[in-house]
Ligand binder design. Structure first.
Ligand SMILES: [Zn+2]
Length: 293
């Protein structure tokens, strides 16, 4: 599943590629991809004549701010004020990705939703396993209210709310493993399996430890590791794992080299011991038995 760095990489790509993209036509190839409104015709009609003005990210959600465009020959250098037309929200889940196509061609069978501009350029949403979702939140409704998962997200790892004091407070009584805590989107937004394992390794903390047993110095280290690793990964365009694709359909081949994730049985890059793997709450967890306590 794409995690924060991959979703952020997609966001940057969308912002760059979809500069002044005005949706003229929407084609829904698979109804279940549209999570809201429940009537797909309303989704299609609502998005028509929308200028995609800006892309934001919150956790693993992509959020496009929309403006209403009545005149398609609009000149953007003029001083104009456009009415808001709500938000297009996307969650890629396991295998969702976007592809931008100049001069639209025949879509592949995993194509779920297609957005066209008047010149037949296409923003195509492809999703093999089809867990990804889209919402059109019309003007007046709040994305945080309509989308439960979005409304319940914990702080962004880069925000000032995500500090050691906050972490100490939320884990002080938790008997869950620290790994499970990091995966909990209501505690911190955007971290998935890869970055949880990598951050715990960097901080020297065993993933199985009960969260409440992590001391202050370890929390400081953990918080720093999370931020450093996420930033580094964004800089390199995400990791190569988890079916992630950028807008050119590339798998991020220059991505971050992992230290433990998917390195089971290989030598630890620090101490030479073999990396282990075991499941924690259903998720494969990788760690070094010597470097992590
Ligand atoms: Zn080691």
């Amino acid at each position: 599943m794409p995690e924060l760095p991959e979703v952020e990489t997609v966001r940057r790509g969308l912002e760059k590629k979809l500069n002044k993209f005005i949706i003229k036509k929407v084609e829904v190839c698979r109804d279940s991809t549209v999570a809201f409104p429940t009537n797909k015709e309303e989704f299609i009609k609502g998005l028509r004549n929308s200028l995609i003005d800006k892309w934001d990210r919150r956790g693993k959600y992509l959020i496009a701010q929309l403006k209403e465009v009545q005149n398609e020959n609009i000149q953007f250098n003029e001083k104009i004020t456009l009415k808001h037309n709500g938000f297009l929200v996307v969650h890629l889940r396991m295998t969702g990705y976007f592809k931008f196509i100049n001069n639209s061609d025949q879509p592949c069978k995993h194509t779920r939703i297609r957005f066209f501009d008047k010149n037949n350029n296409e923003l195509r949403y492809i999703d093999v396993r089809s867990f990804g979702q889209m919402w059109w939140i019309k003007q007046g409704l709040l994305p945080n209210k309509v989308i439960k998962g979005l409304g319940s997200l914990g702080p962004e790892p880069f925000s000032k709310d995500f500090d050691t004091k906050y972490l100490k407070r939320v884990i002080s009584k938790r008997t869950k493993s620290i790994k499970a805590i990091l995966l909990d989107q209501t505690i911190v937004a955007g971290i998935g399996n890869i970055y949880a394992d990598e951050s715990l390794y960097a901080a020297g903390i065993l993933p199985f430890r009960e969260a409440r047993t992590i001391n202050k110095n370890e929390l400081i280290k953990l918080k720093e590791s999370i931020v450093t690793i996420l930033k580094k990964s964004i800089g390199s365009g995400g990791t190569t794992f988890s079916d992630f694709r950028d807008l050119e359909g590339e798998n991020g081949n220059f991505g971050l080299q992992t230290k433990v994730y998917r390195r089971t049985g290989k030598e630890c890059r620090k101490c030479g011991n073999l990396i282990k793997r075991q499941k924690i709450t259903g998720r494969s967890t990788h760690w070094c038995p010597k470097c992590q306590k």
